[in-house]
Design a protein around this ligand. Structure first.
Ligand SMILES: [Zn+2]
Ligand SMILES: [Zn+2]
Length: 258
């Protein structure tokens, strides 16, 4: 089993998930909520909480519970603080991959921008269009779709094989279909992060977005389509053993508590 897979299996194990969940509850301050153990500021959302191992996990110690599951070896921190810790100590040994999904205008890119580190790789089709056409963000000629698609395949392959020296990779996309996004997460050894927003919120943001005023109808259709196709991740009891993840414990905002 590859190094990536050994650690990925640990991060998706029931033992790891439940210890992370109970530490988040135990360490929450009754009035202030959960405070980051790095910067001491509040961690507002579940998805922004990373459980970091002080003594770094490796394929050879991952089965040692006194390291991997020891509360004394685990810090709960913000994603951005987690990047800072690893940059300072230069211990970015596992190249983690996240798939950030949700409806159009839910704030996926904003979330990645706030969470990513400087040496991270970001795969976003909208940005690929801009990179090879120099057109404004709303203008995506279908004549270039094949080139974009092939670029995406190359980058996905680099992410899958952990080619290069990037620290983490972020794949931004709608991925409304549960089966498709699970399959991609499995293939890449990635963790899924759901950026939740209601249809009304997405439509409201669209109407407020001046950059999209001439393409509003297209975007209304994208939003409508996403919600039509959306299949949420089933609760754990109906769905066991196929969840993926390589992260140190980012969780889906909607993930049921075990
Ligand atoms: Zn922090
Ligand atoms: Zn860490």
């Amino acid at each position: 089993m590859s190094k990536v897979q050994t650690l990925a299996d640990f991060y998706k194990s029931h033992e790891w998930r439940s210890i992370r969940q109970s530490l988040m509850i135990q360490r929450s301050h009754p009035a202030k909520g959960l405070l980051c153990e790095h910067c001491k500021e509040v961690i507002l959302k579940d998805i922004d909480c990373i459980a970091h191992h002080i003594k770094e996990l490796t394929p050879s110690n991952v089965h040692d519970a006194t390291i991997a599951l020891n509360p004394g070896n685990i810090l709960l921190v913000h994603h951005r603080c987690h990047n800072a810790i690893h940059e300072r100590f230069g211990t970015a040994s596992v190249q983690k991959v996240y798939i950030v999904y949700g409806p159009p205008l839910s704030g996926k890119t904003t979330y990645v921008r706030a969470s990513k580190g400087r040496k991270d790789l970001v795969l976003d089709l909208d940005e690929l269009y801009r990179a090879i056409t120099l057109l404004p963000p709303y203008d995506k000629p279908t004549e270039l779709a094949l080139n974009i698609f092939q670029l995406r395949v190359v980058l996905l392959d680099q992410i899958k094989t952990r080619t290069g020296k990037w620290s983490q990779a972020w794949i931004i996309g709608g991925y409304p279909n549960f089966v498709e996004r699970e399959r991609l997460a499995q293939q890449l050894g990635a963790e899924l992060i759901y950026i939740e927003a209601t249809k009304d919120e997405c439509v409201r943001r669209l109407l407020e977005d001046k950059d999209k005023q001439y393409v509003q109808q297209d975007w209304l259709n994208y939003i409508h389509d996403w919600f039509l196709k959306f299949t949420p991740t089933p609760p754990r009891s109906e769905f066991q053993g196929t969840e993926s993840g390589t992260g140190e414990g980012t969780s889906n905002a909607r993930r049921p508590k075990n």
